[in-house]
Design a binder for this molecule. Structure first.
Ligand SMILES: *Cc1c(COP(=O)(O)O)cnc(C)c1O
Length: 475
């Protein structure tokens, strides 16, 4: 399998080459040259693999279709050590919990940092360590986080050979629990840097450092952001796992609702559906930052300025643009890279806006690709957290609540609906208290983490100082 850029330029690449890279050189995102098709007989075989050998074996089957430059035995070993009950809390790894008749919650947040990002990031940690060892190379991961991505990356990379992590976060702005998760890590290869500023300042520093090509090359700077294809691929697996748990036969359709920010999670659902997994509708649930809901309703894609990007109570979906969306646009436009490039270049000149409302392709987003969307607000979130708590005795986090709210509006008679859970409520305790009047339950392993010693350096919002710190640590 080879990979090409959504902007259509440059030669195709192999999996391990794009593994350690971010954007393609032409500014596009990597996608496989085609989606391997799973027919009914093959789906039946995958169902049996999952039933008899579990999630890790299913992951190996799916990943093998896309990765042909890692020997099968090695890839198998990587999957087996990634998806264990010890790391993910249950033998099923992503069990379904009933929320009503034909309505399920797929638990994706029982990994080390209690958010679904562990599902992909844990695999990435093992893949990176494997590939760097094979090349005899080192990588310094530089990232910016508002909470979930940074901790998932740090817990995946801690103690890994050949890897250092430099993670920037806005000083004092993450939840107390998220700060404690990250800053309590004592591993020498993990470096927490609290920046005196907001999340955008952190992102600007990452951009400034990455744009210094000489520095980037000399210090082998890499990223683990959500546009990484390996992360997306890892997420494809749990759509299969959800499907085989919710159905008995291979001709039944299932709908999924996915709480969305950067369009990474739901893009994996799109890939699964393109492979032939019988997904009916893919429901995109946004919060008040409704870039994606607006597109699927109107055909207009409009990047928001920072003044129009709201700080909400589902903060991991507070985005001004959806970084993975270009992947779907590429498929929607018949994989015409030149047209994607023209569209996004043109958008740059028009404040990040393009309009497909008059294009015949836009209709296909729903009719052919099964997308629908909805939006959830702070009030919806609180009401949904209360309702699920009252009816099922289950406490769900604010992002998951956005999904459940929108899923309820989109449920179709006779079609099972799976809403994806993206975090556990303890990460967002303030909103849970507001909704329920009491704090969420805390998993025993996280008792007292706020009191642990902290390992974090505070720096001003200055790329030069961050560079100097990286230089010192690499000496
Ligand atoms: C990252 C994140 C999301 C959004 O996922 P995307 O792949 O960016 O759409 C939703 N919920 C939580 C809790 C997250 O951490």
């Amino acid at each position: 399998m080879r990979y090409l850029s959504t902007r259509g330029e440059g030669a195709s690449r192999r999996f391990c080459d794009i593994l350690l890279e971010g954007l393609a050189p032409d500014g596009g995102l990597y996608l496989p040259e085609r989606y391997p098709r799973i027919d009914a007989a093959e789906l039946q075989r995958l169902r049996q693999v999952h039933a008899s050998h579990g999630y890790a074996a299913l992951a190996f089957e799916i990943l093998s279709l896309y990765i042909d430059d890692i020997p099968a035995a090695d890839l198998k070993a990587i999957c087996d050590k990634t998806y264990t009950a010890q790391v993910f809390g249950t033998p099923q790894i992503t069990p379904l919990k009933p929320l009503g008749e034909g309505f399920w919650l797929q638990a994706l947040s029982n990994g080390p940092t209690l958010a679904f990002k562990d599902m992909a990031m844990q695999l990435l940690g093992h893949l990176f360590e494997y590939e760097l060892a094979r090349r005899g190379a080192q990588l310094n991961i530089l990232g910016a986080t508002s909470g979930d991505t940074g901790s998932a990356a740090e817990y995946a990379m801690r103690g890994k050979k050949g890897i250092r992590v430099f993670m920037l976060s806005p000083d004092g702005r993450m939840s107390a629990f998220q700060q404690a998760q990250m800053f309590s890590l004592q591993d020498p290869n993990i470096h927490n840097i609290a920046i005196e500023g907001v999340f955008d300042d952190c992102q600007d520093i990452v951009k400034a450092v990455s744009n210094d090509l000489e520095f980037k090359r000399k210090y082998r700077i890499g990223t683990v952001n959500s546009i990484n294809w390996a992360r997306l691929l890892a997420q494809v697996v749990y759509y299969f796992a959800g499907y085989v748990q919710a159905t008995r036969r291979n001709d039944e359709h299932v709908d999924f609702t996915v709480p969305s920010g950067n369009f990474g999670n739901v893009c994996a659902g799109h890939v699964a559906r393109q492979m032939g997994l019988p997904i009916g509708q893919l429901v995109v649930a946004t919060n008040e930052n409704d870039v994606l809901d607006e597109f699927f309703r109107t055909g207009v894609y409009r990047v928001r300025g920072s003044a129009d990007t709201h700080e909400t109570s589902s903060p991991s979906m507070d985005i001004s643009k959806a970084s993975n969306f270009e992947r779907f646009v590429f498929d929607l436009l018949g994989r015409d890279g030149a047209r994607v490039k023209a569209l996004f270049d043109d958008a740059l000149r028009h404040g990040g806006r393009f309009d497909l409302s008059g294009d015949p392709a836009f209709k296909q987003a729903h009719e052919h690709y099964g997308f629908v969307s909805g939006k959830s607000t702070h009030a919806d979130r609180l009401a949904t957290i209360r309702a699920v708590h009252a009816q099922q005795g289950l406490t769900i986090d604010p992002h998951t609540a956005d999904a459940v709210k929108v899923a309820r509006e989109q449920v179709r008679p006779g079609v099972p609906m799976i809403a994806l859970e993206t975090a556990l409520p303890i990460k967002f305790a303030v909103t849970i208290e507001e909704a329920l009047g009491h704090p969420p339950e805390r998993p025993p392993a996280f008792e007292g983490i706020e009191q642990l010693p902290r390992r974090v350096r505070v720096l001003p919002a200055d790329a030069g100082q961050v560079k100097r710190l990286i230089e010192q640590e690499c000496e």
